[in-house]
Design a protein around this ligand. Structure first.
Ligand SMILES: [Mn+2]
Length: 363
């Protein structure tokens, strides 16, 4: 039985000091897992770097970390769409990432590699994969077959997800994997964790290994694959990646903020927090002072705090019986059903905006 570690979309970036430190700390954790688990291979399934420029600038940091891996751990790296950004006529292979150039796969349809305990089809990102039926890949042996790819797999993108980042790439047909006898497709490109079994093939997106941008909710993962007579895998959460958490915070008429609206106790130091403040207030400076204080407290506990403010200022609203009454009624109607909470919050917003209109019309 051998162990493989599958990771994708780490997006190592030197956009800011914080971004580079943070993204490299996640790489540290991945490398530590690979070493501890005595992995036979570490599969980087594309978008390891945020752009070609980042690959160029961060390769020394990357290389020094790869160097800490035991010799027995092979490292494979396929190019994702982000390694193409700012690339022009350069090639990853011309740079030393501490990975054997034979294991850096770019500018080809696929690369086949026969390894101890498994064989591998490494498929770098491309605009079009439709020639896959013509690929000449050796007959499958008794060993399990792993594919690495970076793109969207048909049947894995569900309706309701509108994301140009993820859907602009042309899709990979699941038949590509089935035809070539792939047991496990190690995918990159889609940033939330998704998996689906198509016939005999597990198609697995561990999701981005770190929070790359807003709304990447939930834990970040790598996939741990056990490969012997059978193939099993499980997603391993990465604690250094933290989580993206977002809170809608209502600012009361008098500018006070009910701390129960956000649960600071469950925050971890690697989290990225987004606050959206809204409300109708009488005294904006007082409200903003409270916002600032809250931000200051949370900043001590997490990696990044971002915010947006939607405050309307209406003098005298707190003493308006209509507004008071409305908020009392609104409170009484809090739904038990968690799914209805958003609509309930929206009702407060709409109600208060209406009251504001009435108050202003009277003036
Ligand atoms: Mn990506």
């Amino acid at each position: 039985m051998i162990t493989l570690l599958h990771c994708a979309d780490l997006h190592l970036s030197c956009k800011s000091e914080d971004e580079s430190q943070y993204s490299l700390s996640v790489l540290d954790e991945i490398i530590a897992h690979a070493a501890k688990l005595q992995a036979s291979a570490l599969l980087f399934c594309g978008d390891i770097f945020d752009s070609f420029t980042d690959a160029d600038r961060l390769r020394t940091e990357f290389r020094s970390r790869i160097a800490t891996l035991p010799e027995s751990c092979k490292v494979f790296f396929i190019a994702g769409n982000h390694e193409d950004l700012g690339r022009s006529d350069r090639a990853l292979k011309n740079y030393d990432f501490g990975i054997s150039p034979d294991h850096i796969v770019e500018d080809v349809a696929f690369q086949y590699c026969d390894c101890e305990g498994f064989d591998l089809i490494a498929i770098p990102h491309r605009q079009d994969y439709r020639d896959y039926a013509e690929w000449s890949i050796p007959q499958k042996s008794s060993k399990k077959r792993i594919a690495m790819a970076h793109g969207v797999v048909t049947g894995m993108v569900f309706t309701g997800i509108e994301d140009s980042e993820e859907t602009s790439a042309s899709a990979i047909d699941t038949d590509l994997f089935l035809r070539h006898g792939v047991d496990y497709a190690a995918m990159g490109h889609i940033h939330d964790a998704r998996r689906h079994r198509f016939d005999t093939c597990e198609v697995v997106y561990p999701g981005s290994a770190r929070v790359w941008r807003k709304k990447e909710f939930g834990p970040r993962y790598v996939s741990l694959i056990h490969c012997g007579d059978a193939l099993t895998y499980k997603l391993l959460p990465l604690s250094s990646a933290g989580q993206f958490r977002s809170y809608d915070v209502f600012v009361d008429f008098d500018g006070t903020i009910d701390p129960l609206q956000y649960s600071v106790h469950e925050l971890s130091p690697n989290d990225r927090i987004f606050f959206s403040f809204s409300g109708i207030v009488e005294d904006e400076p007082a409200a903003r002072k409270n916002i600032q204080q809250l931000i200051g407290e949370v900043q001590k506990k997490v990696r990044v705090v971002e915010r947006e403010e939607h405050l309307a200022v209406v003098a005298g609203i707190a003493s308006q019986p209509l507004a008071k009454k409305f908020l009392e009624r609104w409170m009484e109607n809090k739904p038990e059903d968690a799914e209805k909470i958003e609509a309930w919050k929206r009702a407060r917003e709409i109600g208060l905006m209406k009251i504001r209109e009435i108050i202003e019309a009277r003036k």
